[in-house]
Every structure is written in C-alpha cells, then in structure tokens.
Design a protein around this ligand. Structure first.
Ligand code: HEM
Length: 426
C-alpha cells in the first residue's frame, strides 16, 4: 500500500490530521462554552454556524484533504503531489477555514466572505492537484472512482456555501425563510462529500483492516451511481424549487444506494477471516450504526425542524468523526512506522510493531468515552427536540465524555510520534 515513490511527504497527511485534531479540540471547547446557544434554533445562529464549520472544515475536511493527497497516488499508482504545492494549498485552506469560522462566530461579514473565498480557491487548487495525480493513474479502483466524484461534491458544497455567505451579507436571495438553499448546501456537504467519500474509501480500507474480501467492482459502482445521481438530482430540485416529489425521488435514490452499500458492508463483515474486530473496525462499525438514526432524523426534520439538531449531531460526531478517528488510529501509526523504516540507521535496527507504538488500553478507553459521549448527547438532544426537557444545558455533561475521548486520541498520536527503532544489534 505504501510505496515511498508514490507517497507525498509525511508532513502532508500527518500535518493535516494534526490540524484537524486541533480543530476538533477547539470545537469541543467551543461547544462546552456555548452549548446553550449552539443547540438552540439553528438558522442564522452565529455560534451554531461557527461550530458546524469548525467541524466540517476545521476538522473533517482538513483530515480528508491530507488523506486524499496520501491515498490517491498510492492507490491509483499515479504521480504524488509535490510537497511545496501541497503545503501552499493546505496553508491557504487552513487560513481560509479558520477565518470563516471566526467570521461566523462574530457575525463579521468581511471575514465570512474573505475566508469563504479563500476556502473555495484553495479547494479548487486541491482538486487540481488530486486530478493531476488521478490523470497519471495506472490502475483504477472503485474507491478511486468514488474519490473523483467526491471532488465534485466538495466543490459544489463550498461554491454554493460561498453564494450563501454573500447572501448573508448582501441579502439577494428572495425569501429568508426559505430552507431550500440551505438544504441544498447541507445535502451536498453531508451526503456527497462526507458520506459518499467514507463509503468509497471503505471499499479500499475495510478489506485490509478486517482481513476480508473486497466486494465486486460492479456493486461499488452501482452504489456510486445511485448516490451521485440522487444527491445531484435532489440538489437541483431544491435549487430550482421543483415539486417536493422530485426532491423525494432523489432522496429515495440515495437511500437505495445506501441500502446497496449496507449489503456490501454486511458481506465484508460476514466473510472476514478474523472474528475479532480491531480498534479501527470497531470505530467504523459504530460510525455506520450512528448513521442510521442520523439519516432518519435529518429526513424527519423536513416536517419537524427541531429533529435536525440531534440528526446533525449524530451525523457529524456519530458518523463522520467516529469514522475518521477510527481510520486515524490505524493510518497515522502506519505512516509513521514507514517513516521510521525509511530512516533507520542500519538495516538490522528493529522497529516496534504498530500495536507497540501506543497504549492499547488508553485507546480502548478513548473509544468507550467517545461513543458514550456521542450516544448520550444524541439521546439528550432527541429528548430536547421532542420537548421532554431543555437539552441545551444538560449536554455539557455528556460532551465532556467526547472531549476526554479526543484527548486520549491526541495522547495516542503524541505517543506514536515518540516511537523510535528498538536498538537491537543482532
Ligand atoms: C465541506 C464543507 C461544508 C459543509 C459540510 C457545510 C455544512 C453546513 C451546514 C450543516 C450548515 C447548517 C448550519 C446551521 O444552519 O446552523 C451550513 C450553513 C451554512 N454554510 Fe456551510 N458547510 C461547508 C462549507 C461552507 C463554506 C466553505 C461556506 C462559505 C464559503 C459555507 C457557508 C455557509 C452558510 C452561509 C451557511 C448558512 C446558510 C443559511 O442559513 O442561509 N459553508 N453549512
């Protein structure tokens, strides 16, 4: 999987993963501090907008940018990105996304539009760099096809997001109470960029992590076509204010794609050669389990708006973040292990195994804290959406669990980076 000649410099994927983790920690501090405001009514809510974009851009997309630069050339046997171009692109992206978050938090129009513009430009550069690696590909996999299509979704999300950002400032869209433009942005971002990418990459990684068979390419391609057609169709329908039945048809197509993916995933789990799931796969299975209630609540929010709050929580923290953390638990030690291998003093110097590079007990404790925090907060927010209690203050208690989980994760990374070759001279 890792051919140094096909890999970008280590600081690209690892630097972006660290930037992402910093975003996640900052986000949780913000959520604890501003929970009563963030979990209130979500439209035009500065703290909620800042928190959502600190998650989507500051954390998740940062990690994914590094992962795309790493995976694309390695998996497709193409030309790796040049370190300094990637560095420039990533620095512009990080500056833009943090400026945008700052602008949302302070309702500062110029920061929002300037930060948003920088995000869009840096992601155009990102897409150009990844497409360059893809054009030199010498083998195409299902995951590679998903990643190519995912690029169209991230660009669609942020370009339309920028239109909404200018609209916040100059108010040119006719009806401020219309939810369709916001729904279109959220659909592309959550469905197209996050869900579609995660499904696609899982076709590559799950067979390696769980020691199982890879589903046939035709099946993965069917999932991709259903998801992409359904999501772009529903997006166009929302934008053009077509009848609700057209949007619903798009969403049903997406649901069919997700159901087909569920069958592939079930087959991968059934055919695995090692009964016990490792930590990454445990995170992955948990993430997919959170996706089910998350998607139901988000669809339900078309009729009962408050359901969007637990839905968004379960989607972002339950599905996206749980999956990303699980993958990083495996990939970061793996990349650093290869770095150590390449820089050994002598060929006889032994390296620690991946499991020896960090405390397994602390990592397992991290998994339990994280998932308990997601589930408990989800339940509290659901009760709040049903009017059973005021969840905005209660969630401060449960989100602490998530913070502990991510601090344990950050500790794992520090441990990994202090691993060194074992000085055996045999
Ligand atoms: C992967 C990238 C992104 C994702 C997944 C995403 C997701 C979201 C979500 C879930 C919301 C709803 C939040 C709420 O109403 O509280 C939202 C709102 C919004 N986003 Fe993004 N976003 C992304 C990038 C961007 C970018 C780059 C910009 C600006 C350039 C932007 C501008 C906006 C604006 C202005 C709103 C509020 C729109 C309104 O209420 O009319 N987004 N976004």
């Amino acid at each position: 999987m890792i051919d140094p000649a096909k890999s970008p410099p280590l600081y690209v994927p690892v630097g972006m993963a660290l930037a992402g983790i910093l975003g996640l920690l900052a986000l949780q501090a913000l959520v604890l501090y501003k929970a009563p405001m963030i979990f209130g009514p979500f439209r035009f809510n500065p703290a909620a907008l800042a928190a959502v974009h600190l998650f989507t851009l500051g954390f998740a997309t940062s990690v994914m940018i590094g992962a795309f630069h790493q995976i694309t050339p390695v998996m497709l046997l193409g030309r790796p990105v040049e370190g300094r171009w990637a560095l420039l692109q990533c620095a512009a992206y990080l500056a833009g996304s943090w400026a945008l978050v700052w602008g949302f938090y302070h309702s500062a129009g110029p920061w929002i539009t300037a930060g948003g513009t920088l995000v869009v430009l840096s992601l155009l550069a990102f897409a150009a760099l990844v497409v360059r690696a893809m054009r030199s590909a010498t083998q195409w996999t299902v995951a590679g096809r998903f990643m190519a299509v995912a690029l169209s979704f991230v660009l669609g999300t942020v370009v339309w997001g920028l239109v909404l950002a200018f609209n916040l400032r100059f108010g040119f869209l006719p009806n401020p109470l219309d939810y369709s433009p916001l729904g279109a942005h959220v659909l592309l971002g959550l469905g197209g960029w996050f869900m579609l990418t995660i499904f696609g990459v899982s076709y590559q990684l799950f067979p390696m992590f769980a020691l199982t068979n890879r589903p046939g390419a035709a099946s993965g391609t069917t999932v991709l076509v259903l998801l992409a057609a359904g999501l772009w169709g529903a997006f166009a329908s929302l934008l053009l204010h077509l009848p609700a039945a057209v949007t619903a048809a798009g969403l049903v197509t997406v649901a069919a794609g997700a159901a087909r993916y569920a069958l592939d995933f079930a087959a991968m789990m059934r055919q695995r050669r090692r009964a016990e799931l490792d930590l990454s796969m445990r995170f992955a299975v948990t993430a997919l389990a959170f996706l089910v209630p998350a998607a139901l609540l988000l669809v339900l929010s078309a009729w009962h708006r408050p359901a969007a709050v637990p839905g968004a929580w379960l989607f972002l923290f339950g599905f996206v973040a749980t999956m990303i953390l699980g993958m990083l638990y495996r990939i970061v030690p793996f990349l650093f292990w290869h770095y150590l291998m390449k820089h050994r003093r002598t060929k006889t110097q032994r390296l620690p195994t991946l499991d020896q590079m960090f405390s397994q007990r602390a990592a397992r404790a991290g998994y339990h804290c994280w998932t308990a925090g997601v589930a408990l907060t989800g339940l509290l927010l659901l009760g709040g959406a049903l009017g059973w209690w005021d969840a905005r203050y209660l969630v401060r208690g449960s989100i602490i669990l998530n913070l502990i989980g991510s601090l344990l994760f950050a500790g794992t990374l520090l441990q990994v980076f202090t691993a060194r070759p074992i000085d055996g001279k045999e």
